[in-house]
Write a protein that binds this ligand. Structure first.
Ligand SMILES: Nc1ncnc2c1ncn2[C@@H]1O[C@H](COP(=O)(O)OP(=O)(O)OP(=O)(O)O)[C@@H](O)[C@H]1O
Ligand SMILES: [Mg+2]
Length: 253
């Protein structure tokens, strides 16, 4: 079982879009995927059609309810979700006083049999607080989506430093699976420059696949469908399929 946190403290970098559509692309390849929505904004949960009335992941983090019991089915037999909810707002403060609050999710995830799923993907909030630290302590890998419409290198350096600290103190196994350029506008020089600079600065860490800016991806989210169910012929569908292929290929190394 591969466990991957989708993380970037910068808001709107493509974490949720990547989590949902990578999950769906992996599921289409008959990989069993568990998506955990760790963001109080609950965007991934809404995308999969879950409302925020249930406690969802909050119960596993703050009330010691077994993660296993709050895994929900989706209409894809290969895809399961642990939803987030508005209950998660304020959980950072609540947990901050608990001893060992950084590793609650790790212990919860350890109780899920690695035979049950091929992938666990965790959508993180745009902060480096207790929730994100929980994700980083629980997984073996991270994928960092970077929005190439902006120069995001400063934030990335800080993120990589945080990952390094978690690695030293809480999770020696933690590795960076890769950085994925998102919202790439091939018509502008700027996007290409950002990708070149990413490749220069973070050598060997940048995925070959770049996710192009594609309106169908944001439309798909309002229709509550992964891109493949919304418009299978779109650039967005093409890019996330290619990305899933590249992620799977990493296992052969
Ligand atoms: N490749 C893309 N093409 C067009 N729109 C995109 C693309 N990727 C993301 N978006 C849009 O950009 C916005 C931010 O994307 P998304 O929600 O995936 O980012 P995020 O990192 O999860 O944001 P947050 O930090 O708020 O959780 C959304 O409106 C989404 O629909
Ligand atoms: Mg998000």
């Amino acid at each position: 079982m591969r466990s991957i946190a989708i993380i970037n403290q910068k808001g709107g970098s493509g974490k949720t879009t990547t989590t949902v559509n990578l999950a769906a692309a992996l599921a289409a390849k008959k990989k069993r995927v568990l998506v955990i929505d760790l963001d109080p904004q609950a965007s991934t949960s809404h995308w999969f059609g879950f409302d925020s009335m249930q406690k969802g992941i909050f119960a596993a983090l703050a009330e010691n309810v077994a993660l296993k019991t709050i895994i929900s089915k989706t209409d894809n037999a290969y895809l399961y979700v642990v939803p987030s909810s508005t209950w998660l707002i304020g959980v950072e403060k609540l947990l901050a006083h608990e001893v060992g609050c950084e590793t609650i999710l790790k212990h919860q995830l350890e109780k899920i049999s690695s035979k049950e799923f091929d992938y666990v993907l965790i959508d993180c909030p745009p902060t480096l607080g207790v929730l994100t630290v929980n994700a980083l302590s629980a997984v073996h890998e991270v994928i960092v989506p970077v929005e190439t419409r902006f120069m995001a290198l400063n934030g990335l350096v800080q993120l990589l430093q945080t990952i390094d600290v978690i690695k030293q103190r809480l999770n020696p196994q933690l590795a960076i699976a890769g950085i994925v350029p998102c919202r790439v506008d091939m018509r502008t020089k700027h996007s290409k420059e950002v990708i070149e600079q990413l490749k220069d600065t973070f050598k060997g860490m940048v995925y070959k696949t770049a996710i192009r800016e594609n309106i169908k991806l944001s439309e798909a989210s309002s229709f509550g469908k992964p891109i493949f169910a919304y418009d299978d012929a779109s650039n967005g569908a093409h890019d996330y399929r290619a990305f899933a292929k590249e992620v799977i290929k990493q296992e052969q190394k």
